[in-house]
Design a protein around this ligand. Sequence first.
Ligand SMILES: Cc1ncc(COP(=O)(O)O)c(C=O)c1O
Length: 462
Amino acid sequence: METLKNKYLRREFLKQGSVATAATCLTIGLAPTLFADNTKSISQPAILGGQPVRTKGWPAWPIWNPETDEKQLLETIRKGAWSRGAIVTEFEEKWAEAVGTKRSLAVVNGTNALITSLIQLNIGGGDEVIVPPYTFIATVAAVLATGAIPVFADVDPETFQINPDKIEAKITPRTRAIIPVHILGLPANMPRIMEIAKKHHLVVVEDACQAHLAEINHRKVGTFGHAGCFSFQNSKNLAIGEGGAIVSNDLEFMDRCYSYHNYGNPYGTLVGAVGAGTILPGTKLRITEYQAAIGLAQLKRLDGQTTTRNINAGYLKSKIINIPGIIPYKLYDNVTRASFHLFPFRYKKEEFKDMPRKDFLSALSAEGIPCTNGYPTLNNMPFLENAFRTKNYKKMYPEKMLDINNYNENNQCPANDRLCNEEAVWLSQSMLLGSGSDMDDIAMAIEKIHTHADKIKNRSKN
Ligand SMILES: Cc1ncc(COP(=O)(O)O)c(C=O)c1O
């Protein structure tokens, strides 16, 4: 905490703010934004009218550099052949190489990467698929799109990941698959999950939509299960705007995925080859050449950015871990690299004079640190019941097989409820692309709120 304290003192000094002091500080290179309003006190929380710890912005996302990124994109656009072709194939080859699988297939988004994988692994009506409740809705939506039933296994709040100890109790004779989600870009416990899957003959589809280049024992996530699925949506660590990919070493499976994504035409069939002998029921999930050109440009910087995020996340964690009531994420021991799509920590209001999380978030935002509370509880949202009431579900599942009250009762996840409703706080991945001193600002803002928790909590009473 020493550096933090020094910085705090330095700002205390600045708030006294004579012109001479300001000029001296500028010559030694302190950010001019520190002088935003020297009538306000830095020692007062910004939410109570004090000066925010930070007034300057954060790294923008996505990153695009016209000089280095546009050559191939412009050539592609000018060529006028925009449907799937050589650039998409090049992107797939490079993505497979980056992840370390035999093949990758680019599709329109991560959601459809999951749906395609599940369907080609023969998951459908009558099956149950185990998922974590702490995930983006797409994981669950993909299961519903196949006609299977999502079954929720509670989270391990320390890692934010599906808790392997909660999986076996959820296995029934109808269970066919597990979808571990490497949520927030932190790897789930794949060795344990694969062991359970093997024991019960279950298929594993990894939702790695937030976990580009994350590793367990130097092996990339997405390569442990039968298939791995990625998203290249705008906020993701590899951003194309929209896009997704399936990876696998099972070439026969990948052939079927290719076929499904191109109207059921056999693997390798050219995109324009109409009536090429459709072999499977399929749909159209192809990405364009210009999307792939954007992906290739982004891929060049992904590794370096991942390293920066890991360094900054480790540093920030070390700065906030001793603040009472702040419990940063934990990584499993075998994790050699995370992606940090988000930087999560748990907030314990008991250590902040019982200030509710929403007030903590408002106070932190007011200090110039954007933050959110993350996911709501998925497992008791109305979309599930409404899916089970559709014509298809009613035909597939007689009432005694899918009783909604039983379903709700069996899918309670108390650890997840606590995480979603009370404790989780997220910082976005692009903030982790900043400097060490940006991380200091985050730590200082949290420390400041901790110091003034009483006043902030009671602000409406004053
Ligand atoms: C965990 C998770 N799964 C699946 C998806 C779906 O990806 P997409 O938005 O590309 O469909 C996302 C992305 O938003 C995600 O975060």
